[in-house]
Design a protein around this ligand. Structure first.
Ligand SMILES: Cc1ncc(COP(=O)(O)O)c(C=O)c1O
Length: 339
């Protein structure tokens, strides 16, 4: 039986062409700044984000943690939403390593309004911790952040002398969906991190980009966190390949998501709650575990997040696979879900 892996876009595997680029990569010691492939990837990221400097880092979690180590810190507050990755999926690094206090701003599925952000800021006072940073996430649960709101949040941040960090793990999905460039999104924040290892299909690594002073400090944090990597050009070559070849194709992941979301909407056992870019979240009257196991029996792997079922599209799935997945969803027997 063919297995379709819709658990996450992190399950992508390097293609032949990407592996060839990795095999042929020129390398050097990146801790000394002497890996030409890493340097080329960082220059490409500077061009894409419009930031002065970019730094190759090992993961998206590191890309969120370093800004909090530099601009947050012990007892300082970061404003974020209850849906954010830093709050939910980073093993408490925000508290255990950076010591930054997350303050939850009300949001609609992760999209905060600038007015609510501003109302949540604590200035200097004898009995309150002080806000030092704002974090936005784009996409957030697959949803594209409206750029007008991001710009307003940046204005709020500047007015109060705060730092704005953008978790752009899936910023390329946001960009191909909205037609707004990554550079324009990056301009709504003081720093941006994005992942090469998700929809873009590289086996590892992320980028952190900002001004030179910030990136100089970030290099030291990267080393402290065990992220000083030597001949990392081998993997950076996959990142270059991904940026050159895998951005535009994200559109087809979004088309596949739309088709699968329609199939779920037509099924009596699923209520689609979020369907955007490459992600679907749905609820059900049936326990989500039963749905996951019925899907697995049909050859579809998926995950749950809280009470919701989660499906993520990536380059693992072709047009033909999508047609097959749509028909498989149609064959799931509601009787089986009753237990
Ligand atoms: C929004 C978001 N930020 C950050 C990360 C962390 O990325 P990594 O798994 O590379 O640490 C993820 C991973 O799924 C994510 O979805």
């Amino acid at each position: 039986m063919r297995i379709y892996d819709l658990r996450s876009d992190t399950f992508t595997k390097p293609t032949e062409a990407m592996r060839k680029a990795m095999y042929e990569a020129e390398v050097g010691d990146d801790v000394y700044g002497e890996d030409p492939t890493v340097n080329k990837l960082q220059e490409m990221a500077e061009e894409i984000t419009g930031k002065e400097k970019a730094l190759l880092i090992s993961s998206g979690c590191m890309g969120n943690l370093i800004p909090m180590m530099i601009k947050g810190g012990r007892g300082k507050e970061i404003l974020t939403s209850s849906c954010s990755h830093i709050v939910n999926h980073e093993i408490g690094a925000i508290a255990s390593i950076s010591g930054t206090l997350p303050v939850i701003v009300p949001s609609d599925k992760g999209i905060m309004k600038a007015d609510d952000v501003e109302a949540s800021i604590h200035g200097y006072s004898y009995d309150m911790s002080e806000t030092s940073m704002i974090e936005t996430e784009n996409t957030t649960s697959g949803i594209v952040y409206p750029i007008a709101e991001l710009r307003k949040i940046k204005e709020v941040s500047e007015r109060h002398g705060l730092w704005t960090h953008l978790d752009g793990a899936r910023i390329f999905n946001a960009s191909v969906e909205s037609g707004i460039s990554v550079r324009e999104y990056a301009a709504t924040a003081d720093d941006i991190t994005f992942c090469l290892s998700k929809g873009l299909g590289a086996p590892a690594f992320s980028i952190l980009a900002s001004d030179s002073d910030f990136i100089e400090k970030a290099k030291r944090c990267k080393k402290i966190l065990g992220g000083g990597m030597r001949q990392s050009g081998i993997i950076a070559a996959a990142g270059i390949y991904a940026l050159e070849n895998n951005i535009e194709r994200l559109k087809s992941d979004h088309e596949h998501r739309a088709a699968i979301s329609e199939a779920l909407a037509a099924a009596s056992w699923a209520d689609v709650e979020i369907s955007s870019t490459n992600m679907i979240f749905f609820s059900s009257a049936y326990p989500i575990d039963r749905i996951i196991s019925a899907m697995r029996k049909s050859g579809i792997l998926m995950l749950s997040e809280g009470r919701l079922g989660r499906i993520v599209l990536s380059l693992n799935i072709s047009d033909e696979d999508t047609d097959d997945i749509v028909s498989l969803i149609g064959t799931i027997d509601e009787g089986e879900l009753c237990g």
